[in-house]
Ligand binder design. Structure first.
Ligand SMILES: Cc1cc2nc3c(=O)[nH]c(=O)nc-3n(C[C@H](O)[C@H](O)[C@H](O)COP(=O)(O)OP(=O)(O)OC[C@H]3O[C@@H](n4cnc5c(N)ncnc54)[C@H](O)[C@@H]3O)c2cc1C
Length: 503
């Protein structure tokens, strides 16, 4: 998305292009020695340092104007260990050592060859670094837990230039922080060893429910859907669900709103899927709120191997301008039909609005704590109670700063508070957050924040690593940018001035 670094040179050739938003120098690292040399240079010369794997980061944390960038893409390698007893001790059947430059699609292809399943992102081009270190939700998280829960050990380069292997007994505090407390904050990960599980099949239950546009029944439907999420999740369902104006999905659906998506049931029979899903459609057909027509379509598809399926998931296109907001919602937040209806509607006022309900937590994320090396990690605790991570997105034509200001303000000041009302004590997934969230410490890190800040001060006292909105970013500020610089033309944390520690 072009909210951040790319804004100085958008893809549209009609718009002005400059390199001002980009790093001044990039190290194309191929191993830990290159990473070490970059970290040492940045520390010794007080240079702003950024770390980039794929650059998929929505909050723009993998870029920085005028910085030195360490690009990890060419640190390559995947090594399967089928005799890893340590992985077995923590609930896996094998382990996989993955280098920092790998993308999930590459890992899935290799795992499939060995009849294994690993926990990674839904988008095959997302990188293992930023995804895992910030928590990472997966199509199989509802079964096995978050990405950060899978990590058995990490090979890292620290802010003082040491190359270390860390795990639950070696540097346990740093190991705890790196698993969910954020990338580009505590150290650079060069490779990681994660648990692997047996090959997994799934039944994919796809559906689309079409109503008339902006009808009361649509919001009743969206609300009813969410009340059913805990029940379906406990029955083994995970999935991605979209509420949106129909035309965004199919241009012919101009007078319609749509609730559509798919549930994934791992290692379950079709009979179980039908028993779980049919009561949902019966209620939609017969509910007292069902006064307008709802046209349902649903079908089941058997997927023999989830790794092969997700390795071939089509990639999303880059280049659009937009911002996301996330809120994790727990069982109480999904229990009140009337409140859900009101709050969801408030969170989606501005066409072309979209609400995405990522049902990727539930039992697997709650129960994963029993198998985390060291007993715990820094994943936002709200994930353990959540069933769904609701995202609402705003998009604008690149370069239209007036619309950007309007939409990002509406997102921060109206839509996100509406979603938060559902589960006020919960939090947000940092990788898909609104980075301008004023209550970021609580919402992105929860009760872990103070402990994470202590680890940051211990292992990076000079602030070699900095990004926004990351642990400790508010101890620094961007100074001395051009007087006429409009910060909204840059992204969050991307102003072109000097990055200075606050006095
Ligand atoms: C199209 C798309 C689909 C997505 N799908 C999912 C999904 O299914 N599930 C999900 O949970 N998230 C998803 N995300 C969000 C994704 O998790 C984040 O964008 C994540 O930051 C990507 O990590 P990366 O390393 O690829 O990106 P980068 O932009 O390269 O890095 C992201 C952050 O991590 C840091 N970082 C990267 N590598 C390292 C490293 N080796 N050591 C230390 N710090 C590092 C960077 O400095 C930056 O702060 C998606 C994003 C996009 C754009």
């Amino acid at each position: 998305m072009v909210d951040y670094n790319d804004v100085s040179c958008p893809l549209d050739p009609a718009l002005p292009c400059s390199t001002a938003g980009y790093p001044a120098y990039v190290i194309e690292a191929i191993d830990e020695k290159d990473v070490q040399a970059g970290v040492n240079f940045a520390r010794e010369h007080d240079t702003r340092l950024v770390i980039k794997g794929t650059g998929h980061d929505y909050p723009g944390r993998s870029s920085g104007p005028g910085s030195l960038s360490i690009w990890t893409h060419n640190i390559r390698g995947i090594k399967i260990n089928k005799d890893d007893q340590y992985a077995v001790e923590y609930g896996g059947i094998a382990s996989v050592k993955i280098a920092a430059g790998m993308r999930w699609g590459e890992v899935y292809t290799e795992a499939a060859k060995h009849n294994l399943t690993v926990v990674g992102g839904a988008e095959p081009n997302v990188g293992v670094g930023g995804w895992t270190l910030n928590g990472g939700h997966s199509p199989v998280s509802s079964t096995f837990g978050m990405g950060a829960d899978q990590v058995l050990s990490l090979d890292i380069v620290t802010a003082d230039g040491q190359i270390l292997t860390i795990n639950e007994t070696s540097y346990p505090d740093l190991f705890w922080a790196l698993r969910g407390g954020g990338g580009s904050t505590f150290a650079i990960m060069v490779s990681m060893t994660v648990k692997a599980y047996p090959q997994l099949s799934m039944i994919m239950h796809s559906y689309a429910l079409v109503t008339s546009a902006n009808s009361d029944i649509f919001w009743s439907l969206a609300s009813y859907f969410h009340t059913q999420v805990p029940r379906i999740s406990e029955a083994g369902g995970a999935g991605y669900h979209y509420a949106l104006p129909g035309a965004l999905f199919d241009p012919s659906l101009t007078d319609s709103y749509l609730l559509a998506g798919f549930w994934m049931f791992s290692n379950k029979t079709e009979e179980h899927v039908n028993k779980t899903m049919l009561p949902f459609y019966a209620e939609v057909a017969g509910a007292e709120w069902a006064v307008d027509p709802v046209y349902p379509q649903a079908n089941n598809t058997f997927v023999p191997d989830v790794m092969t399926y997700w390795a071939n998931n089509p990639s999303e296109e880059g280049g659009s301008s937009g911002r996301l907001g996330s809120w994790l919602v727990d069982r109480p937040g999904l229990s009140n039909f009337t409140k859900l209806k009101e709050q969801l509607k408030k969170a989606a006022p501005t066409p072309p609005w979209i609400l995405i309900s990522h049902v990727v937590a539930g039992p697997g994320v709650r129960d994963a704590v029993e198998d985390i090396p060291g007993g715990s990690n820094a994943v936002l605790p709200a994930w353990r109670k959540a069933y769904t991570h609701i995202v609402t997105a705003r998009a604008w034509p690149t370069g239209n700063t007036a619309l950007k200001t309007y939409l990002t303000t509406e997102l921060r000041e109206s839509a996100m508070p509406a979603l938060k009302e559902l589960a006020p004590d919960s939090g947000a997934y940092i990788n898909e957050c609104d980075p301008s969230n004023p209550t970021w410490k609580h919402d992105f890190f929860g009760e872990n924040y103070e402990r994470l800040l202590q680890v940051k001060h211990k292992y990076d006292p000079h602030g070699v690593f900095w990004c926004k909105p990351c642990v400790g970013w508010d101890e620094w500020e961007i100074k001395d940018g051009p007087a006429d610089e409009d910060p909204l033309n840059w992204g969050i944390g991307q102003g072109s001035g000097r990055l200075c520690r606050k006095e």
